[in-house]
Ligand binder design. Structure first.
Ligand SMILES: Cc1ncc(COP(=O)(O)O)c(C=O)c1O
Length: 449
């Protein structure tokens, strides 16, 4: 029996042959910017440091306007706050190397895409190739659009027949960009989507066992952004062996943060070869902007050549006169630098994980990642808790419907490299006044709500 990789590769090759009849993609040169001279090279002097610098606090200690206080000299009053709500887990966005190289690169080259970013990202995730997209959102919709093309262009007639569609299994709490991409595939009649209960492997196993389709895909966030919990990766890998599906993960919150080299959850478990497609973003721990799809060369050709997250072609086929759409470009130069810095300053990863452990030890909350999801219940309770934290000088926002269920509203707290043990202690003290079960009897807090 052909391996899963071989089956999908064959499907992709067939699509490439159909959509790229003139073999245009193979001959499409990748634009290389002129090599800068030594003095001009924006990456030549990437500085890395053994520990935090003053810049690390810049984005954490913020001033926010206070709409309830009287204005001062016509300006809204401001309060100082400590930010516990950003996704810049490694605080790279203020790192001097990232700022300098980004500015120098913009001066030297303009705001062009950087092929080296793609190479480094592919290498980080142990994949052959990488496509860079404007955002992580676009990376998911781009990949799913290309996946939809596999159904359309492998179909015998204009629309994929039932057995030619792709069966996609998606975790109930996957990110909105995955949901949008899947809706697009359904609308184009390319996929039949089944949503399995969050991280429920028994449910997924049942759905897969009852699925008559040959082409199956499982897609999941590796770290869920609102829950702060990891997908059960090893179980998923076992199911992949059993059911032979294409395995796609969204490493938005794990790239750079997890694994010795920042290679994400795949690196943590050493299962990179069991994951077919990795989608990610540079807007979280990368501290920049831009998304990526790390995958095989063939998939990368397809995504680069045919993914279309930004336009809506006539359905279900694109007119044959249309050249393959080379869409996605625009990774900013600074992204390249963030990757470089994240890999060189491994202590940053260690520091953020130390804060996670301290928080777990102080609160007995089962914190397993820098995203702490503190469920308080109703929307009113979440708003009260967030206001309380703002009054105590911590910028933490309430997560409410539609992001979460109405009875599971919460505070979402994110820890970063630049938070100190003292910050975490103060945070826990304030949280324990408004989050049930966090070192304080629930009924005492309920009385204040
Ligand atoms: C799991 C996940 N995937 C994708 C994205 C989108 O990334 P970006 O903000 O770069 O568009 C996010 C951002 O919130 C996310 O949490």
């Amino acid at each position: 029996m052909a391996s899963i990789e071989a089956m999908w590769e064959e499907l992709v090759v067939r699509v490439l042959a159909r959509v790229d009849k003139k073999d245009f993609l193979r001959y499409l040169p990748r634009v290389c910017l002129a090599k800068p001279s030594a003095e001009e090279d924006p990456l030549a002097d990437v500085e890395t440091f053994d520990g935090p610098g003053p810049w690390d606090r810049t984005l954490l200690e913020v001033e926010v306007e206070d709409p309830t206080a009287p204005a001062v000299d016509g300006e809204p009053a401001r309060n100082r706050m400590l930010l516990f709500s950003a996704n810049d887990y490694l605080n790279l966005s203020t790192h001097p190397a990232v700022r300098k190289a980004s500015a120098k690169a913009a001066l030297a080259f303009g705001m062009g895409p950087r092929s080296s970013a793609m190479n480094v990202l592919a290498e980080m995730h142990k994949k052959e190739a990488c496509v860079v997209t404007p955002t992580g959102f676009a990376a998911n919709t781009a990949f799913l659009s290309a996946l939809g093309g596999v159904a359309t262009h492998n179909a015998a007639s204009r629309r994929p027949a039932a057995h030619e569609k792709i069966a996609v299994f998606s975790d109930a709490l996957n990110h909105a960009s995955i949901i949008d991409g899947l809706r697009m595939m359904e609308r184009h009649q390319q996929a039949v989507v089944s949503v399995y209960r969050h991280s429920d492997m028994q449910h997924l196993d049942e759905l897969l066992s009852n699925c008559p389709f040959e082409r199956k895909v499982v897609i999941t966030d590796s770290l869920f952004s609102m829950e702060g919990d990891f997908a059960p990766m090893l179980d998923l890998v076992q199911l992949r062996k059993k059911h032979r599906f294409l395995f796609v993960i969204d490493e938005a919150h794990t790239a750079f943060v997890c694994g010795r080299n920042g290679g994400g959850i795949g690196e943590v478990y050493g299962i990179e070869d069991q994951i077919d497609i990795i989608v990610g973003t540079l807007s979280k721990a990368g501290g920049c902007l831009g998304g990526f799809v790390a995958c095989s060369q063939k998939w990368s050709d397809l995504v680069r050549g045919w993914a279309a997250p930004t336009f809506s072609p006539p359905l279900p086929r694109y007119p044959s006169s249309r050249p393959p759409t080379v869409l996605i470009t625009a990774s900013f130069p600074s992204a390249t630098t963030a990757v470089t810095v994240a890999r060189k300053e491994g202590w940053r990863r260690q520091a953020v994980w130390n804060r996670v452990q301290e928080f777990a030890a102080m609160t007995k909350h089962p914190a397993t990642s820098p995203i702490l999801s503190l469920v308080v219940g109703s929307e009113d309770a979440a708003i009260y808790a967030s206001k309380h934290m703002l009054e105590r000088g911590f910028h933490i926002i309430a997560i409410r419907p539609p992001a979460v269920a109405p009875n599971a509203c919460r505070l979402r707290v994110t820890l970063t490299t630049a938070h100190t043990s003292e910050d975490v202690k103060r945070l826990v003290s304030a949280l324990s006044e408004c989050v049930p079960g966090l070192n304080r009897p629930v009924d005492q807090i309920a009385a204040r709500l």
